[in-house]
Design a protein around this ligand. Structure first.
Ligand code: DC
Length: 223
């Protein structure tokens, strides 16, 4: 496979929060001329809708129905991708602290996962894509042509996230929150976070974004 000219390539990039999946995935997609989807935004969108409509997080039936009927559209703009949920631009809500606090619980629900995985497979169906998340190589696209599991220590990831959010003064809280989410994401029953057997594992602790992008591209080109 020559990735430079393969516009049907499907690449899965999985890993824990703040491991760099999104920035790396977006850049690889740009260089290879592929589409890019960060599936975390879909779980965040449902979580925002749950909060906005004041539905109980314990109401698995209602949350499943919400995910099944969610109409999500990614629209490119000069400031990056915007996410429309049922016609409303909710991009600015996706990183709110209340979404961060509840998204792991929402994404642990099997009904929600079933609905969103079906949408993700539809999106991937017709042409090449770089898709990132927690279960892309294991569940969503098990036949992906390239699978990467990107990781980094919790301390480094928390530091990156704190800098990004201007919360360096609160590093311990960011680290505690990251560990709490890692635990839920990797211990849940349905599609827990773990590398696919055939994934290449990259630890980005001592690597720049460009280092990681180059490692992945050389791996893909060698296939
Ligand atoms: O990558 P992120 O932090 O935006 O992901 C938000 C949450 O969604 C996180 O708790 C894990 C969950 N998620 C998931 O379970 N499966 C995916 N494919 C993507 C994200």
């Amino acid at each position: 496979m020559k990735a430079d000219s393969d516009c049907t390539l499907k690449m899965a990039i999985d890993g824990p929060a703040a491991s760099g999946k999104s920035i790396v995935g977006r850049e690889i997609a740009r260089r290879l001329g592929l589409r890019f989807l960060d599936t975390g935004t879909m779980y965040r969108a449902i979580t925002w809708e749950v909060i906005r409509t004041d539905v109980s997080l314990d109401d698995a039936c209602e949350l499943t129905a919400m995910a099944a009927h969610a109409n999500m559209q990614l629209v490119s703009s000069k400031d990056g991708d915007r996410l429309l949920l049922n016609g409303d631009d909710i991009t600015d809500m996706l990183r709110l602290p209340e979404v961060d606090a509840n998204v792991s619980a929402v994404s642990a629900l099997s009904g929600v996962r079933r609905a969103l995985v079906a949408q993700q497979r539809n999106i991937a169906a017709n042409s090449g894509i770089v898709m990132c998340g927690r279960d892309i190589g294991t569940v969503v696209l098990p036949d992906a042509g390239a699978k990467i599991f990107l990781t980094a220590s919790a301390e480094i990831r928390a530091k990156r996230r704190a800098i990004e959010a201007g919360q360096e003064h609160d590093l311990q809280r960011v680290l505690d929150d990251m560990r709490r989410r890692d635990k839920i994401d990797s211990e849940r029953e349905d599609s827990p976070l773990h590398p696919a057997d055939d994934a290449t594992i990259i630890c980005s602790d001592n690597l720049t974004v460009e280092d990681v992008v180059l490692q992945i591209l050389s791996k893909v080109r060698a296939c």
